[in-house]
Design a protein around this ligand. Structure first.
Ligand SMILES: [Mn+2]
Length: 187
């Protein structure tokens, strides 16, 4: 957010033995206290990337109790890139945007559950989505207008796409973060 020296939005993108763990964390509000809450969640996720997303949500909830709390969406991608499990508490949007190898599959939006991690979280279970090589996984904090996924160049490189989405859809009234990953082949 303009005027702030730190961002309260942070991400995790780490390889696991099974595949990858991706997350975007939005510390409540903005400024240093928001960043402290987000950092606490990132530390938990980085320390336990192999765990199921439901367990990670519970761990983050515990770790953030003395912070102002956060919105968190977490995605665990399996080894061959054939499936993901994801969970969203608060308003970090998640999308799977299909590549050309997924012609018969519809795009997917992560079901977000109301709550603040560290303060009050609902009973949540992970939802699964089948993937194919070329599919895009996009996570975006609420500093990005939720219409971001309506007109995406699906052939773009992930970094270029993240930059473009932030540029086109980022708000100036909040911190904003976009994380883009593309599903590779079996390698
Ligand atoms: Mn926000």
């Amino acid at each position: 957010m303009p005027g702030e020296e730190v961002s309260g939005d942070m991400h995790v993108a780490t390889a696991t033995s099974a595949g990858a763990l991706l997350a975007v964390v939005d510390g409540l509000g903005h400024g240093p206290d928001a960043a402290a809450a987000a950092r606490a969640a990132v530390e938990v996720l980085d320390a336990h990337p192999e765990e199921p997303v439901t367990a990670l949500a519970a761990r983050c909830h515990q770790a953030l109790r003395r912070t102002r709390g956060a919105a968190i969406s977490v995605v665990s991608v399996d080894g061959a890139g054939e499936r993901l499990d994801w969970i969203g508490i608060g308003n970090v949007e998640g999308r799977v945007l299909r590549g050309s190898a997924s012609e018969r599959r519809a795009d997917e939006a992560l079901l977000l559950r109301a709550g603040v991690v560290g303060y009050r979280i609902p009973e949540v279970r992970a939802l699964s989505v089948d993937l194919a090589p070329g599919d895009l996984i996009v996570l975006a904090s609420d500093g990005v207008h939720p219409a971001f996924s309506e007109d995406v160049n699906r052939e773009a490189e992930p970094q270029a796409l993240a930059d473009e989405l932030l540029d086109r859809h980022g708000k100036t009234t909040d911190d904003a973060l976009v994380l883009v990953a593309r599903v590779g082949g079996s390698a």
